[in-house]
Design a protein around this ligand. Structure first.
Ligand code: PLP
Length: 358
């Protein structure tokens, strides 16, 4: 069986979204976060489309190497820094920058000799309690880092928000104050905001915003799509109808026979499933589009196939295009049905899906 699932990446949308981030963030510089293969959209193609970004943020040295190999000269920041001592030499060689969040990394840096200086982003924990030094240590750590021969003395001070997508949750306001208090008087640029920070917390722009989701047109704000904030979805996931069957009232469909036909009805079968990254958790009733007309998923998602209720798409034919998400069907809506967030869905598109650009 050939595979018909296609993820089409809209390069114009990526460019427009970067411009929109810049407009929202004022004069602040923009780090385009391209971790997890650019949230599943493809690292190289997205970095090319986002080539005007002031920096790229990656989760691994390997991704930094891919960006350098593609010719990008910008600053590239490895968002969790070195994991082993040998990583530091590699980062210095590739001129990648390191987020430093833990004493074990400080010890690695202290053992380094002078030479190409490593640029460092000092990550302070202001309440998320994932990565970061206690904010109260900012002064001490800043002085220690600046004294090291292997470290560039221009250190960026950063923190990360836990709940910035909840625009009326004052926990973010408290994180901002904690960061300001801890870093007051220290020289260097500041970086606080992720995508939701850019949307909801203008007082936290600092010198750098670190934006992922919005560049791909994705929102994590509850009940909102990227389009609600003026962003354009950068991915359409589509496939084709490979069968239409008339199924009798009372008959059941798919594994576990979870869906019972309420009447005699046309049931379509589309060539996509969880093996392509369409979420198995999507329940009956999740919307799709068949040749532009609205239809809904029924029964359990299987590895290669899904079943569709075609009662509202009487003109559907085998071979018709089926859209799972894209500009006409926000991935945030699908994520809501599937009990997850849009980021997980785009990141989860698997390698057997054909990627196309337009
Ligand atoms: C992933 C990440 C971001 C980007 O978050 P979005 O919600 O996608 O904008 C920013 N900063 C850090 C440290 C990250 O790990």
């Amino acid at each position: 069986m050939s595979r018909l699932a296609v993820a089409t990446i809209h390069l114009d949308a990526l460019r427009a979204n970067l411009a929109r981030v810049r407009a929202l963030a004022g004069g602040t510089r923009v780090m385009a976060v391209v971790k997890a293969d650019a949230y599943g959209h493809g690292l190289e193609r997205c970095a090319r489309a986002l080539g005007d970004a002031d920096a790229f943020g990656v989760a691994s040295i390997a991704d930094g190497l891919r960006l350098r190999a593609a010719g990008h000269r910008q600053r590239i920041v490895v968002l969790s820094g070195p994991d082993a001592h040998s990583d530091i030499a590699e980062m210095r060689r590739l001129q990648l920058e390191a987020v430093i969040h833990h004493d074990s990394q400080l010890a690695m840096l202290e053992a380094e000799r002078a030479g190409t200086p490593l640029r460092v982003w000092l990550k302070l924990d202001t309440g998320m309690h994932r990565l970061g030094f206690p904010a109260g240590r900012a002064g001490e750590l800043h002085a220690r880092l600046r004294a090291l021969p292997a470290v560039d003395p221009d250190i960026v001070l950063m923190t990360h928000f836990a709940s910035s997508d909840e625009f009326d949750n004052d926990f973010t306001a408290r994180q901002i104050v904690a960061f300001e208090d801890a870093t007051r008087g220290l020289p260097g640029e500041r970086s606080l905001s992720n995508s939701a920070g850019v949307l909801g917390w203008p007082q936290a722009r600092g010198d750098w915003v670190r934006v992922g989701g919005l560049l791909y047109g994705l929102s994590v704000a509850l009940g909102k799509t990227g389009a609600d904030f003026g962003f354009r979805p950068a991915m359409t996931l589509s496939t084709r109808l490979i069968a239409i069957n008339r199924v009798k009232r009372g008959e059941r469909i798919g594994y576990g026979a979870t869906y019972e036909c309420p009447e005699d009805m046309p049931v379509g079968v589309a060539a996509i499933g969880y093996g392509d990254g369409y979420p198995r958790s999507a329940p009956s009733g999740t919307p799709v589009r068949v040749a532009g007309a609205p239809a809904v998923l029924v029964a359990r998602v299987s590895m290669d196939l899904i079943a569709l209720d075609l009662r509202n798409a009487p003109d559907a034919r085998v071979g018709d295009s089926v859209t799972l998400w894209g500009p006409a069907l926000p991935v945030e809506i699908i994520a809501q049905h599937a009990g997850t967030i849009s980021y997980e869905l785009t990141c989860g598109v698997t390698r057997r899906v054909l990627f196309a650009e337009e």
